[in-house]
Design a protein around this ligand. Structure first.
Ligand SMILES: Cc1ncc(COP(=O)(O)O)c(C=O)c1O
Length: 487
């Protein structure tokens, strides 16, 4: 039997496609045998295992022998994000219906840059973006409706938003076209304000956009790890006095470590007062929009000029899946550029939408399908239950930590992360070492992966609770294990 290459209408090709998928499914199912998050070896041994396989042999091995290698080297050593013992990062398990989405996405391999590469995918992304815009309170039927675009993740959504903010600012304040002329002469004075614990994609974006790290003003946080609005006002006033130019304020709606939420209502007032763009980095907290019980915690995001929404965090969709939403869709203009081979203006005039004009990517995945499928499959109620459960798990852990003698929680959680420190010694340096040791021991001997970060200059541990399968009993038992390791 000849080895087919693709799925086609031919019955032989269909059979081989089916065998390939079913066989892969069998290998995947067999590899998941226990509840541990990680059972693979330490880094040096893992590299040796992978190094023992020749990646590009002269003659191909064929599907089955190649899969035997996957079975031996790769599958047993995966980190299992769906394990209840995995709570290290904003890195979620993937809802099962969205694995089906991934299969569909890969099988048909659409590219979102032009309509003729993705007819139904383009229509679907446009519809999903419209739904998201109205979900977050943006207008979709006004004279200048909101718009949005899927991206590879929160970092790219933030980069896109800051690029649009910079170019909007230069156009409206200086009547200057960055797309045409590059950065304006005043660019060294441009300032972006964000909390001192915001995501590092702020600095990365400003570097990539030619503004440099110096343009990022890190605003102190209050005791709840939210941006201190009075400090922001003083920094803006100081900068204006010194001749600097505030162009953007970024509210973090769910900080990476603490899940703390900046106050967009207050930040809007500051943005108005200095004429800056207000962006919400809601990579983490955006999911609360589907949870009536807790959604007031994220504030009114429609006050922001743009919003980063990450589906591969609290929405539990597979990587990659994110969107940047923009309140006035005209502000995507800086990303519009026409190429004769791809996105002809004459086609667009006739209604053929080419989404490349809103993206910093050209070839782009049909990630919107995952949102379309998961939203329909679970509905608002399904997501409400998942999100509320994770938030309540964090509150539960916090209450337990407050009761325990050797545990000190950092702050009361607003989302689903809890940061805390085990304190056994009078010497804080020894406590730092103890906390590090506990995390390593959980990873290497208990199949459990938790997070580690720094708060008030001290090593802390972190539970990032994104898995709705985690119950109070397993949290109790994990806290007990940590207590045992500390003694
Ligand atoms: C608040 C926040 N913004 C942005 C990002 C970056 O998202 P991504 O990893 O999808 O690029 C993260 C990642 O954890 C984050 O926590």
């Amino acid at each position: 039997m000849t080895d087919s290459l693709f799925l086609t209408e031919d019955s032989h090709d269909k059979k081989q496609f089916e065998d390939c998928i079913l066989r892969t499914m069998e290998y995947i199912l067999n590899s998941v045998q226990d509840e541990n998050a990680y059972t693979g070896p330490a880094p040096d041994k893992l590299s040796k295992i992978i190094g023992s396989h020749k990646i590009l042999p002269e003659e191909g091995l064929g599907f089955e022998p190649m899969m035997q290698n996957v079975k031996k080297a790769i599958l047993p050593n995966f980190l299992r994000t769906s394990s209840t013992k995995y709570m290290a990062h904003l890195h979620s398990p993937a809802l099962k219906e969205t694995i089906a989405s991934e299969l569909i996405i890969a099988s048909f391999n659409q590219s979102m840059d032009s309509w003729d590469q993705s007819p139904v995918a383009t229509a679907t992304e446009v519809a999903v973006v419209k739904e998201l815009d109205s979900l977050y309170g943006y207008s979709t039927d006004s004279e200048h409706p909101a718009d949005g675009c899927f991206t590879s993740g929160g970092s790219q959504s933030n980069l896109t938003a800051i690029l649009l903010a910079r170019d909007w600012f230069c156009k409206t304040k200086f009547n200057y076209d960055v797309k045409k002329f590059g950065l304006p002469p005043e660019y060294r004075k441009f300032r972006l304000y964000t909390s001192e614990i915001s995501h590092f994609s702020m600095e990365k974006s400003c570097h990539l956009l030619g503004l440099g790290y110096e343009s990022v003003v890190k605003v102190p946080v209050d005791k709840n790890q939210r941006m201190d609005v009075e400090a922001l006002k003083s920094l803006v006033a100081r900068d204006i006095q010194n001749g600097n130019i505030p162009f953007c304020i970024v509210a973090t709606i769910g900080t990476t470590d603490f899940g703390s939420i900046d106050n967009v209502e207050e930040l809007r007032k500051v943005a108005e007062s200095c004429g800056a763009w207000l962006h919400a980095d809601a990579a983490y907290g955006s999911a609360l929009i589907l949870c009536n019980k807790y959604k007031s915690r994220i504030g009114n995001l429609s006050l922001c000029d743009s919003i980063t929404v990450d589906f591969h965090k609290m929405f539990l969709l597979p990587i990659s899946c994110s969107a940047v939403l923009v309140k006035d869709g005209r502000n995507f203009e800086p990303l519009e550029l026409h190429a004769d081979y791809l996105n002809r203006e004459e086609d667009e005039e006739d209604g053929y939408t080419n989404l490349v004009g809103k993206s910093i990517q050209t070839t782009r995945r049909f990630d919107a399908l995952k949102v379309w499928m998961a939203f329909q499959c679970r509905g608002k109620n399904g997501f409400e239950n998942i999100i509320a459960h994770c938030i309540e798990n964090a509150s539960y852990v916090y209450e337990k930590l407050v009761e325990k003698k050797d545990f000190v929680p950092a702050i009361k959680p607003e989302l689903s992360s809890v940061v805390f420190r085990v304190v056994k010694y009078d010497d804080e340096n020894k406590n730092d070492e103890l906390n590090k040791k506990i995390r390593r021991a959980l990873l290497l001997t208990k199949g459990t992966v938790i997070g580690q970060t720094v708060y008030n200059n001290r090593v802390h541990l972190k539970f990032t609770l994104l898995n709705p399968r985690v119950m109070h009993e397993s949290l109790d038992s994990l806290l007990q294990t940590i207590e045992d390791l500390a003694h």
